[in-house]
Design a binder for this molecule. Structure first.
Ligand code: FES
Ligand SMILES: [Fe+2]
Length: 306
């Protein structure tokens, strides 16, 4: 029966109230409705920690990455004291966006009228503003945003009340402690925009059911559905594991790695950290997606690994 429910939140609540054995696909409106997206931004992206990437990609003072988190432009930048800071990425003069994408700067220079900020967000200079008698440079500081590093990941949050990342994700840390995820080095990072709802990618990541068919040409043949372990989800994350075939050497623990024992040496973890950090962690390499909606029908994708 095709039945259109006008309220996607109620449709979702009805859907998830069904027992697991009777689970059905999510109601279509949660992928298409602007009303539902606004609820996601307000209750999820404005409240949760959001991952902007790996800390080792921001190794030197002035290295930065930008993101728009629930309509708030943010820049994460390494300052002169080697600390990572997240700042509002909006100029205090006429609200121009300051930095774009990722890169390296000596100072943050607004592209509109040239106000210049130090890497800690304090205003260094503003052309000709001394002509205004009331102007005091020292009273301008880009507002800080919460920023934390956890196992090499950099997170930001607009929620002053959320628990620290390490506390929030202690269950993940315990699960993969022997992998020493903090030591993984990023060797590539790409940004993409796809014309689909962000949850389509997130849900695709949470099921490796498609590997043997969809990825038959690469890892599909090396991943056995029968060996997959899919425990129930946790409050902050869910995960499943697959064993990689012994022929895929890159996914196995290196002979020098004496920490991982037995099956762990060929176990791949697929970690879905809510809302939108998706990590494939193998003993030999990792890759990840960090997703943010850009309207109901578009997603901004950060794709990195090493
Ligand atoms: S808006 Fe940034 S200097 Fe004017
Ligand atoms: Fe896939």
């Amino acid at each position: 029966m095709n039945h259109h429910n006008p309220n996607p939140l109620e449709a979702l609540q009805a859907n998830v109230a069904a027992p697991f054995e009777k689970a059905r696909a999510m109601p279509p409106d949660v992928y298409t409705s602007d009303e539902f997206l606004q609820a996601e931004l307000e209750h999820v992206f404005r409240k949760d920690w959001f991952c902007v990437g790996r800390a080792d990609a921001l190794a030197k003072p002035g290295d930065y990455v930008t993101c728009d988190l629930a309509d708030q432009p943010i820049v994460v930048i390494r300052d002169r004291d080697n600390a990572l800071r997240a700042l509002s990425n909006v100029c205090l003069h006429r609200m121009s966006t300051l930095l774009h994408g990722r890169g390296q700067v000596r100072s943050i220079v607004c592209p509109y009228h040239g106000w210049t900020y130090n890497l800690d967000g304090s205003l260094r200079g503003a052309p000709a503003m001394t002509l205004n008698e009331g102007f005091c440079k020292d009273s301008y500081q880009l507002p800080p945003v919460r920023c934390e590093e956890w196992l090499g990941w950099v997170f930001v949050s607009l929620n002053p009340g959320s628990a620290p990342v390490a506390e929030h994700l202690s269950g993940v840390e315990a699960l993969i402690a022997d992998y020493n995820m903090a030591a993984y080095t990023e060797t590539f990072f790409e940004s993409h925009i796809w014309d689909t709802n962000w949850k389509v990618l997130a849900e695709n990541f949470m099921e490796s059911y498609h590997l043997p068919v969809c990825h038959a040409g690469t890892i599909g043949g090396l991943s056995k559905l029968e060996d997959m372990i899919c425990p129930p989800g946790h409050k902050a994350f869910n995960y499943h594991t697959i064993f990689k075939d012994d022929t895929l050497k890159i996914a196995l623990a290196h002979p020098d790695n004496t920490t991982l024992k037995g099956d762990a040496r060929r176990t791949t973890f697929l970690l879905a950290i809510y809302p939108s950090l998706l990590i494939t962690l193998t003993p030999g390499y990792f890759w990840y997606l960090t997703l943010h909606p850009n309207g109901p029908g578009q997603v901004c994708i950060g794709f990195g690994g090493g």
